[in-house]
Design a protein around this ligand. Structure first.
Ligand SMILES: *Cc1c(COP(=O)(O)O)cnc(C)c1O
Length: 421
């Protein structure tokens, strides 16, 4: 079981909403820092351990600055994410650049920042050499294919577009070494939102085996293994949080048996968690605008799928609390819906909740990762603000809401006047 509690009361939320209109995402700094510290503690045994926060989960420079303060780097996947990381003061080997189908300009910027480039394909070796040069330190992304199962969001590795085959990892590292690279790392990303801690132990073990094979066949020493992200969070109250200490201890056991025994020590362990760091720290706060009684009762809120896509896109469960009604019985059944002209625009389907009235504040849990970040403008919907609840109780706006002017920013209405239809 996981406890689904709000870090604020209804009165707090009404006070916040009087300064920053709903809908908004609000992130709890204390929870974020706590999650990072728990991860770092789980790997305290590994001297070179580093968490590279997955920027795509919550691409906000204020969040990145908190991560930097906790000693994290960033995992970037695009030029704008590299620039965001740079703005937050995270550069050099504190960035891992994991992209796919990569444009040349992105490799150029990654090299300029001296980010650790994690190649997605063997054909990118000559591509990188031509456009940006081969760096001293390089990583390759391994796709184990049939050897591993995958997950709902990621699909099976064999069908996935990512990474090198095992044979290509060996061939690729040999090429990279011939082209002057001196320090090598391995990366893999197989599962998403996985709650079974043993899965991450198996992943690390698989990379340790590969590192040993590389040592044996190529005589090259792998200096770091990046087990990436994918650590799940208990979106449902009946689910259990991943025991990070158990993940760390399990990986340590494999490390001793393989890496230390095989003479490869020291190897640094890297992670790229997004969801597990910020997910549970975020809440989408929305006000009830309408209550519609047709074949079902629809609670119409002022947020929509443009603010949080996961329920519509994946049918994902997000817990909902009606602020101020935490202790009332969930004796009504509602669909909680947004205003998009799409049937899938529902935050909850047939959800038992306490009786809801117009004007209530509906709080959607676990929106701190892959929430605002996945927002879009379809139907002319504008993305909301992002707020941060600081550790001292202050609430600051870390991104203002979009305006109609933002929505129009890429259009030139002057040209429209002379445009003959
Ligand atoms: C999305 C992604 C992550 C982060 O995934 P989470 O599920 O948020 O932990 C890490 N690494 C790579 C390469 C990714 O694509």
């Amino acid at each position: 079981m996981s406890v689904k509690k709000l870090p604020f009361t209804r009165d707090d939320l009404e006070r916040i909403a009087s300064r920053f209109p709903t809908p908004f995402h609000i992130y709890d700094e204390k929870t974020i820092r706590g999650n990072v510290r728990e991860l770092v503690r789980a790997f305290a045994w590994n001297e070179g351990f580093k968490e590279y926060f997955a920027v795509k989960a919550t691409p906000n420079p204020f969040i990145l600055k908190i991560m930097k303060g906790e000693g994290c780097g960033t995992d970037c996947s695009s030029l704008p994410e590299l620039l965001l990381s740079e703005k937050a003061g995270i550069v050099g080997h504190d960035i891992m650049f994991t992209s796919n189908d990569t444009p040349a300009a992105e490799y150029v910027k990654a090299r300029e920042l001296d980010a650790i480039i994690n190649l997605d394909d063997i054909s990118h070796i000559p591509f990188l050499e031509r456009h940006a040069g081969i760096p001293d330190t390089i990583s390759v992304r391994y796709n184990p294919g049939k050897l591993r199962e995958g997950s709902f969001i990621m699909g099976s590795p064999e069908n996935a577009k990512y990474g090198f085959t095992r044979e290509q990892v060996l061939r690729g590292l040999s090429q990279l070494s011939q082209k002057g690279a001196r320090r090598f790392g391995l990366h893999t990303f197989i599962v998403s939102n996985e709650l079974n801690p043993d899965c991450f132990v198996t992943t690390a073990d698989m990379l340790f085996d590969l590192a040993l094979e590389i040592q044996e066949k190529l005589g090259l020493r792998v200096e770091f293994v990046n087990i990436s992200g994918g650590i799940g969070i208990p979106y449902r109250p009946e689910q259990e949080k991943v025991d990070l200490a158990r993940v760390g201890d399990g990986i340590r056991e494999k490390y001793e048996a393989k890496i230390r025994k095989g003479g490869l020590h020291p190897v640094s362990i890297f992670t790229e968690c997004g969801r597990a760091m910020t997910g549970p720290a975020g809440f989408l706060v929305s006000r009830v605008l309408h209550k519609k009684e047709i074949y079902k009762t629809h609670i119409g809120v002022d947020a929509c799928m443009a603010n949080l896509m996961r329920p519509g896109m994946y049918g994902a469960y997000h817990h909902i609390t009606v602020a101020g009604k935490e202790d009332r019985a969930p004796d009504h059944v509602y669909d909680v819906t947004g205003s998009l002209c799409e049937s899938i625009d529902r935050f909850a389907v047939d959800r038992p909740l306490p009786e809801i009235e117009i004007g209530d504040l509906v709080v959607i849990h676990d929106t701190g990762a892959h929430g605002h970040a996945m927002g879009f403008n379809y139907n002319g919907k504008l993305r909301s603000s992002e707020l941060l609840l600081r550790q001292d109780g202050q609430v600051v706006q870390i991104r203002r809401p979009e305006t109609v002017a933002d929505y129009f920013a890429t259009l030139d209405f002057n040209d429209l006047g002379s445009f003959r239809a």
